[in-house]
Write a protein that binds this ligand. Sequence first.
Ligand code: HEC
Ligand code: HEC
Length: 332
Amino acid sequence: MIPRCALTMVSWPPYPGRKASLLALAVLAGALTAAAPTVRSASGAEPITPIPAPAGLDPRRVALGEQLFRDPRLSHDNTLSCGSCHDTSTNGASANAQDRGAHGSLLPFNTPTVFNAALNFRLNWEGNVRSLEREAEEGLRSPVMASSAEEALVKISADEVMTQRFRVTYGRAPDVPALLNAIATYERSLLTLDSRFDRWLAGETSAISPEELSGYQLFKSLGCISCHQGVNVGGNLLQRHGIFRTLGAPEPELVRVPSLRNVAATAPYFHDGSAATLNEAVRQMGLAQLDRVLTDSQIGSIVAFLRTLTGAYQGRSVVPASARPSADPVPR
Ligand code: HEC
Ligand code: HEC
């Protein structure tokens, strides 16, 4: 099989080092200016696009989904809610390298944030799930919550207040499709808006500093952008990791390129949570994915850019999760 990485790396145009005749340059001039902007963004010209405000969501479904997301009755032993690992009052994830599921066993992967997950082309590190409904169904099972959608439904249906909320929201008594749809609808509302970088993309020149801008230019010129681009600055490709040097646990070989939205607030990093800090993650990315030893000043500059990708949910900035023992329920 041809490594997908090789494909993207070759097909992405705007790198220094490309060789082109003057004639080709002249012919391509229009396209190249569009693909490789230099100083300021012109609308539509950047390989990263702003996060759109969520649209068309029924507020009653969002509210019911939020309540379910925080309900520990969704786990078999009533100890874990979705929010226990995905803390939406902080970063939509946890501070742990790996969280523990309902039976106390360590989960195989670092918990990804639920913020902006709705914008990823596939879900999970392996990209093996295609919808938020399906993801919620999987999360209810072992090893995560050791329950099932059917078991959760029995508990929720025994609660008269909840049953009434389902009737008002879906026009019928609780059932599995409505349960999963409510959770997924809430997750579709979890988009983080108004990051400084998005404001810069929208034309607010002073939203990012000259150092942050040069970090962004380095991010593009080094080739980070070949894997981390689009609305989520990632989340739209499967790639090998550890192409030039080993990166964390070798399995799985192919992972979905993580989104770098809010990345300054989602330590620890990588599918196994093996990089504790953002500087360390960037240093390892240079080595493992690009065969480049980045200098401290290059790393500092890229990290400065990455910090501009922190957005806000309901007007509150995304912040790092507070360290708390793995699998402790989040206060409701
Ligand atoms: C015990 C911790 C834990 C709990 C509880 C939990 N999750 Fe997760 N969640 C994870 C981990 C770990 C992954 C990554 C799994 C993988 O990559 O295979 C994940 C992945 C996800 C993703 C995919 C994000 C992305 O961008 O790929 C979504 C969405 C999600 N969970 C929603 C939920 C919902 C909804 C619930 C409740 C039904 C839930 N989770 C409960 C740990 C947890
Ligand atoms: C060939 C594709 C590719 C390139 C090029 C690349 N990355 Fe990555 N990046 C990945 C993959 C895949 C992962 C997930 C690795 C893992 O978890 O094992 C990742 C993970 C990360 C993470 C951790 C995110 C998290 O939430 O865990 C950061 C930060 C990051 N990359 C930044 C960069 C920077 C900065 C550059 C340029 C110096 C870069 N990447 C170049 C594919 C790439």
